[in-house]
Design a protein around this ligand. Sequence first.
Ligand code: PLP
Length: 454
Amino acid sequence: MVGDRDWGLGDRDDDEADEVALDAVLLQDAAHVWHPYTQHLQAPIPIAIARAKGAWLYEGNGRPILDAISSWWVTTHGHCHDDIVAAIAEQARTLDQVIFAGFTHAPAAALAAGLCARLPRGLSRIFFSDDGSTAVEVAIKLSLQSFANRGQPRRLIAALDHAYHGDTFGAMAAGARGVFTHMYEPLLFEVARLPDPSEGDTIRALDQLLQTRGSELAAVIVEPLILGAGGMRVWDERVLQQIRERTRAAGVHLIADEVLTGFGRTGPMFACERADVAPDLLCMSKGITGGTLPLGATAATEAIYDAFLSSDREKTFFHGHSYTANPIACAAALASLELFDEDSEDDRIRIEVAQAHHLSALRGTPGVHAVRQIGTIAAVELTGTTGYLSGVGRELASFALQENVLLRPLGTVAYCLPPYCTTNEELDRVYEVIQRFLDGERAETPGSGGPVDD
Ligand SMILES: *Cc1c(COP(=O)(O)O)cnc(C)c1O
């Protein structure tokens, strides 16, 4: 592809070649691939995406699809950003991978320093891992072991109702129990549950917990200011401040799971900044590489790091992954950080304003139960039976897809969580599709619409 003007158009021969390749992809996929969160008996044939640019995904046949969910919340500056692509290519030629125990490399060291410079105060150590779930596992293990290493073991974790922290066992245990986890319930460790601050009195419950089991409590883990997968439930920054005050006074760690909220999603670089809160541990992934390569990172305070320094080797943090701090992923993350220093904030503010405008138009519309927003994330709760398996969200998703817009509601909660390069015209299109769905319309001609020309 050369030049933005050609997006999605291509020439005829290319399209025909792509069609053949597309069939092969789907045949191999149907025979051998097992997709995430997919009921393969009922799922439609997956859409094979051949390339992407900016806010758009392109099917093999050239059909453009507007990525209004940042490809599962990861894409920040836009797909295939030239600077990140160049950094990846350069790094892949220079150093692809090296064991990270006993060895280090420039991209990891520079990334750790770059993250610490931008993180809330006091977070000065970075432990790398692979994804959001592993970043959470690491945070929980660091908290528990830091207490044990100091000779004052604490084993209890507290988490919020409706929380989501990932799909590995520790992350599942911390997350809300429900359709995703009930199968494994007997195998999940005990977690004290606090009410979701968007609907209950979290602080009262926390005070009670501290009174009754304070000496057992190692950490409180929260998704700061918005419970994402639990339904885009936005909550008050004063509650986060109070959780911080209470946990600090009780010597309990605060773990901020910023896997979704990190890297500008709620406005500032990290959601904790909105509340001027500094946690003891902070989990990052998703947007960390701009959405190009998998990488997880857990930031810790120097006090937690110090708890592992010992001549007793048993106090070592015995945790690591084969690809810990993969140089290519770190180089992508560094290139992404640099883009955050450029004009990303202006774009985020522009998107926040545009989303607010669209939401206010939807508020009170028949079919809309509630709207909510924080930063670049906007959610529309539709009326209908609630729960992740609710039908109305899936109906909206398939309607939107016919209109070349990718939405993936969480049950009845539709949301728009776009890459920061998304233009106001592209956002208009997302909301036009939602509005038409609410009006009871159905797609006339599948395949209409392409990138907005601006
Ligand atoms: C997505 C998410 C995770 C899990 O991240 P993966 O990379 O999917 O393992 C953890 N916490 C939060 C808040 C998330 O949104």
